[in-house]
Write a protein that binds this ligand. Structure first.
Ligand code: AMP
Length: 284
């Protein structure tokens, strides 16, 4: 496995790797868990070679506190990637990643503003810009992203479509802990009490799914999810939104097509997100 810290090293390693077959890219911010590794395994099963990046991208963080508290363990990450058969890993610093006079950004104008974009202004601009840079640097055939970051996935798909970026985006279902909590590098920041309480996210999404199947309206489902989370004293509900699973546009009435429930909840100060696509009621 080649570990590259500079763009020059990476370009050389990738030219070499691409000459030997198809390449799948797995972009990450490190502190890897089984969710990330599922992306690697999917890439491995569909591509000849797998490349990955580990970069905690400052431009997608709103608060300095969230950025400095972001966990890291590079040695462990590299070991996990090597054992999983990854060929090239890019581990740049922010100084290497960004030109000191960088002036160009990539933004999906509508998608970036709504939902999580309202909660974290500028977040998706940071994501879209860094992912574009990674696509230009690696030039992979496919790139793997988790459905857990559902809006991020839609932003990246839209950006690739709109800018004709020659890469195939492959979504990967959310990997969960045994009790249902979606795996996240941030979970380690939860206190033991908050960790126990955090299962309310997946539980409320399970409730949403059963209500969708029993014919409840999106308004009632939204309220039931919100009520369940508000009943958990350690949880502070930031947002719960039911949206069209493709366009993320607002929906109303009974669930007649695929609708995604998007949750953002803080367990002071840790922000957790989760999502579930609620399937339409089967005709009886
Ligand atoms: P991150 O390091 O949090 O930026 O995540 C890197 C990639 O891993 C993103 O595409 C995430 O959506 C994906 N990912 C994170 N957690 C999970 C999970 N629990 N299941 C599946 N994919 C995940």
């Amino acid at each position: 496995m080649r570990v590259c810290q500079t763009k020059q090293e990476l370009r050389l390693a990738m030219a070499d790797l691409r000459s030997q077959g198809t390449v799948g890219l797995v972009p990450t911010m490190g502190y890897l868990h089984d969710g990330h590794m599922q992306l690697v395994h999917s890439a491995k099963s569909e591509c000849d070679h797998v490349a990955a990046s580990i970069f905690v991208n400052p431009t997608q963080f709103g608060s300095a506190e969230d950025l400095t508290n972001y966990p890291s363990n590079l040695d462990r990450d590299l070991k996990m990637l090597q054992e999983a058969g990854v060929s090239v890993v890019f581990t740049p610093t922010p100084d290497i990643m960004y030109h000191p006079n960088a002036q160009t950004i990539v933004e999906t104008t509508e998608l970036a503003q709504k939902l999580m974009g309202e909660l974290r202004p500028g977040h998706f601009r940071g994501v879209a810009t860094v992912v574009t840079k990674l696509f230009n640097l690696f030039q992979p055939d496919r790139a793997y992203f988790g459905e857990k970051d559902y809006q991020q996935l839609q932003v990246i798909k839209t950006m690739v479509r709109d800018l004709d970026i020659p890469v195939e985006i492959r979504p990967v279902p959310t990997v969960r802990e045994a009790d249902g909590l979606a795996m996240s590098s941030r979970n380690v920041l939860l206190s033991p009490q908050a960790r126990t309480a955090s299962i309310v996210l997946s539980k409320s999404l399970d409730l949403g799914q059963s209500l969708a199947q029993s014919g409840a309206s999106t308004e009632d489902i939204t309220k039931a999810i919100a009520d369940m989370i508000r009943a958990e004293p350690l949880a502070e509900l930031q947002s719960v939104d039911l949206r069209d699973a493709e366009t993320l546009e607002e929906v109303s009435g009974p669930v007649t097509r695929d609708v995604v429930a998007l949750l953002a909840v803080t367990f002071d100060p840790v922000l957790l997100i989760d999502q579930r696509v609620l399937t339409r009621k089967e005709p009886s």
